[in-house]
Design a protein around this ligand. Structure first.
Ligand code: ADP
Ligand code: MG
Length: 237
């Protein structure tokens, strides 16, 4: 569509893939087009977020349309909100049916920060949002933990999987945040064990990072052949 092309050009959004969803003109479209509940838009307003950032304009509709996604945008450009918002919208409400979404972060500090961000965005809707800590792993029945969104490092999560503490077979969304760093840190084995444990065939996976090295994209393509690529600005800067 011509209008989509104009908007993408204006915000320096580059996409590849077939039938890529239209970029957002505003946050209001989340409710008018995608039926978003009012709490989320209220949280954006309270946080002072008036307009979606370029990565949010394109990655949110791609994920809402049910497509997997490789999203690449500079540091500080609002990638967290870009993957958390569609997750909250798709999960709709809290449920006690085990882990429903997983966010992998390269370090414990980033995992803790992402957990705080998630909770801010979910305010007003009683989701179970959990950071996987040692203490949580030691708790007896982690397998029955109500958890809509679980945030962890690959090491901690893969170790919990190995100890058969966690069942990830119902996970509907998996995000690899700062995926370039995840791979740089040599966490391939741990990431692989998480990907395998998330065995739900209709899972939607996505990669978010500041750079998308060819090696990372090639590897990711092997498990996500139909992923839409969204790049803001140039690919590896
Ligand atoms: P990234 O992961 O791309 O490095 P973050 O998700 O950490 O960036 O976001 C960077 C900062 O921008 C955060 O303080 C976040 O709250 C803020 N932010 C996110 N979305 C918006 C928006 N639409 N408008 C203004 N600020 C935003
Ligand atoms: Mg980030």
């Amino acid at each position: 569509l011509e209008a989509d092309a104009i908007l993408r050009k204006k915000f320096n959004i580059h996409v590849s893939g077939n039938n890529v969803a239209s970029p957002l003109k505003s946050f209001a479209e989340l409710s008018s087009v995608y039926g978003c509940e009012s709490y989320l838009l209220r949280n954006f307003a309270e946080l002072g977020f008036k307009e979606p950032t370029p990565i949010q304009r394109q990655a949110i509709p791609v994920l809402l349309s049910g497509r997997e996604c490789f999203a690449c945008a500079p540091t500080g450009s609002g990638k967290t909100l870009a993957f958390v918002s569609p997750m909250l919208m798709k999960l709709k409400h809290a449920s006690s049916e085990g882990v429903r979404a997983v966010i992998l972060c390269p370090t414990r500090e980033l995992a803790a920060q992402t957990t705080r961000e998630c909770k801010k965005l979910a305010k007003g809707n009683k989701f179970y949002i959990k950071l996987l800590t040692k203490k949580l792993i030691r708790s007896a029945d982690l397998s029955k933990l109500p958890c809509d969104i679980l945030i962890s490092t690959p090491l901690r999560l893969s170790s919990a999987i190995k100890k058969r503490k966690l069942n990830l077979s119902r996970v509907e969304y998996l995000v690899l945040d700062e995926s370039d760093k995840l791979f740089e840190l040599g966490l391939l084995k741990q990431i692989d064990s998480v990907v395998k444990a998330c065995s739900n065939p209709s899972i939607i996976r996505s990669l978010f990072s500041a750079t998308l090295p060819d090696s990372v994209e090639e590897l990711a393509r092997t498990i996500m052949p139909d992923a839409v690529r969204v790049i803001i600005g140039r690919k590896n800067t």
